[in-house]
Design a protein around this ligand. Sequence first.
Ligand SMILES: NC(=O)c1ccc[n+]([C@@H]2O[C@H](COP(=O)([O-])OP(=O)(O)OC[C@H]3O[C@@H](n4cnc5c(N)ncnc54)[C@H](OP(=O)(O)O)[C@@H]3O)[C@@H](O)[C@H]2O)c1
Length: 264
Amino acid sequence: MDLKISGKKALMAGGSAGMGRATAERLAEAGVELYISARREERLLHAAREITAKYGNTVTPIVADSSTDDGRKTLFAACPDPDILAVTIKPPDPNGDFLAVTPDMWRESIETALLGPIEIMRHYIPEMKAKGWGRILNIATFSAKNPMIWRLMSGPARSALINYTASVSREIAPYGVNINNILPGMFATEGSEENIAPYAEAFGLPLDPDVIAEHFQQHNKIPAGFAANADDMAPMAALLCSPLSRYIVGQNIVIDGGQHHSIF
Ligand SMILES: NC(=O)c1ccc[n+]([C@@H]2O[C@H](COP(=O)([O-])OP(=O)(O)OC[C@H]3O[C@@H](n4cnc5c(N)ncnc54)[C@H](OP(=O)(O)O)[C@@H]3O)[C@@H](O)[C@H]2O)c1
């Protein structure tokens, strides 16, 4: 399918690994001029080199933390006017006892999972509106709609994010700028490997993506029968970043193999 985004400028904020990297690859394959950012330089540069080698695109890596003012300044300076903006940010680690969650932990969750994406969108929206076209995608979490007691540092801030985008997307759709969110379930990615590492020994798990996927499946009874890898969400991400999604506004697409029991 031709996504009709060849030649457009795309920023994948959080594009060196996991679902961000998989999304960046689908956008590169469709012919965009690509910018990818992340906090860790070595993996980011490696991803940029690999994507260029695979698809031939210009890929500009930007070392920047999307959750801080300084990081966002770096991002905005390096990529001033993308047509397509996709954002993912890692929230704080899973919490233990909910009674042990402190105000500082909430502040960190809000800085990363809520204010980070909002501030990046707020910066780029005026230029997209002026151009009369833009696509914005947040890769958030299914716990925004499906609360989990051990994911208080991720779900509540993302519930607020999808509430924000529900309103803002209706304001800017008349200008050809659409915001949508993907809410992923359990995916075997570098990020989930990092989350699970401290517990791997207790579970007797080697840190292998296939073993982690099997573990996710067994513990979450995913109706699809498997835990996904990042390529299972990237085609939807790329579609939402394209003109083909012109009638999809302010939506939250849950991609979780059916784990989340809900009609909407
Ligand atoms: N994997 C799952 O099972 C799962 C389930 C539900 C929701 N999610 C959500 O889906 C999103 C993607 O998860 P993933 O598993 O694909 O993560 P991942 O494998 O860790 O990849 C995340 C990417 O974003 C970058 N990143 C993270 N925080 C950043 C920040 N503050 N500033 C700039 N770049 C940042 C990472 O690089 P650096 O670390 O170098 O910055 C990396 O490139 C996350 O928001 C996660 O909470 C994942």
